[in-house]
Unconditional design. Structure first.
Length: 125
């Protein structure tokens, strides 16, 4: 079993990409100095280049923010599903938990029997 990979902040990634560009050294040299993997630095530089690398824009922060928002969206979706199911459950309890007086009076209508007295007959349809 390997060790879990360390999580680097967006600022660290941006600074590492900036140092690579400033110094013009190899990925391995910079990796030894910073204490991280050369492949990671290579990926960070490629991502920064692909994003346009404006000085005020940090592509790594945007990725972290997107990841955070997706997790929050999934959590909210799950909460919404739970609330809908709970609402349906309590609505059915309220409907069927009471005496059925209201429902039974609608399902029967008074009719006249052949002798003229009123009786209850089941409605058809």
């Amino acid at each position: 079993m390997g060790h879990p990979s360390p999580k680097y902040t967006a600022e660290f990634k941006q600074r590492a990409a900036g140092l690579y560009r400033e110094r013009g050294c190899t990925y391995a040299e910079l990796a030894c100095e910073l204490g991280c993997d050369a492949g990671s630095i290579s990926d960070w530089v490629k991502r920064a280049d692909a994003a346009g690398a404006a000085p005020d824009r940090n592509p790594f922060q945007m990725v972290e923010e997107l990841r955070r928002l997706r997790r929050e969206n999934d959590r909210l979706r799950t909460e919404n599903e739970i609330l809908l199911k709970a609402g349906a459950f309590f609505a059915s309890r309220q409907l069927w938990g009471r005496p059925r007086r209201g429902l039974s009076s609608r399902s029967y209508r008074p009719t006249r029997a052949p002798g003229g007295s009123r009786t209850c007959a089941r409605r058809s349809g």
